[in-house]
Write a protein that binds this ligand. Sequence first.
Ligand code: PMV
Length: 367
Amino acid sequence: MSSLIEQVYLDSALTHIPESVVEGTTAWQSPSNIAVVKYWGKYDRQLPMNPSLSFTLSEARSETSLSWRRKKQTGISLQFAFEGKPNPAFGEKIELFLKSVEPFFPFLNHLHLSVESRNNFPHSSGIASSASSMSALVLCLLNVEQQFAEAKLNHEEFIRKASYFARLASGSASRSVFPYAAVWGTSKAVAGSSQEFAVPAEQFLHADFREMRDSILIVHSGTKSVSSRAGHALMENNPFAETRYALAHQNLERLTQAMMQGDLETFVQITEEEALQLHALMMTSRPSYLLIEPQTVSVIQAVRQFRREQHIPVCFTLDAGPNVHLLYPGKYADKLQEFIREQLLQYCADGRWIDDKAGSGPTRISY
Ligand code: PMV
């Protein structure tokens, strides 16, 4: 059975682009995001088992352009290049996604699409590139649709629709389309929150949180031994699953409160608990697996010691990989940079780290 919003999108689907228009191009850049309350476990068509909350990043972005030209034969037709070179593996993933959403965008059947994407952060660096690249792609797609749609969406409706379809491409991508912070998944702490799309969470951010920095320490840059898709699936038989989902709800409620009040102590506590719970779930899956490396643990211990000694509210979080994100308010940036250079770079692969911060979300690129 389709949901209300799904039905609205199906009913308003654009079937054709006017005959007189033969080709066009659109391009967007969209950021990655880092979750503080983690999404881990899903059901049905990419619906989350618990709500999640993330900061939208600023520097780690994908740039995607979509060029289209009218064609005679019907069916999805796609040419895809990643960083200037054809990339069949990514291309296949995008084609599958486009086929899966074709009933919402039937006009795609009459176009040949050429998509080119690039990331301004290193590939396999542990930054969620699917969040930035899939949200950028969906924004391009909606932009083409909106140029020709009879009923135009306002900005809020456009971004909600982008979030809905980005979610279908990659769950965490649903959160990347909002400035500074977003919540995806129904939570009683967030009015209007939904399982099907993310909503803005900027309103929960006290000044310290709006200026949140994210220093990403690349301790290992190889590909993951277990994909996120497989990891989500293993939650189905995880013995701690129910407890985890209940805790994630509680953590999101406490965290939104703490962020509004500027309560950094609670933020630090919940953020680290969430990161370690995510990895505990991996360790307790059947079969069990580990994505952290010895250097991940060394960084965590050094950060905790630094926090104790310096009384600076810095904490770590982890994505589904070994790299460590350090979150702290902008006013501590100088002290943190010194700490990273002096004590943490020794744990980074080739001394690599990325200096990022919360940012204002996607933008359309005009040529
Ligand atoms: O969006 P996916 O399916 O790649 O899952 C991402 C899950 C985490 O990055 C581990 C957590 C999150 O909420 O972003």
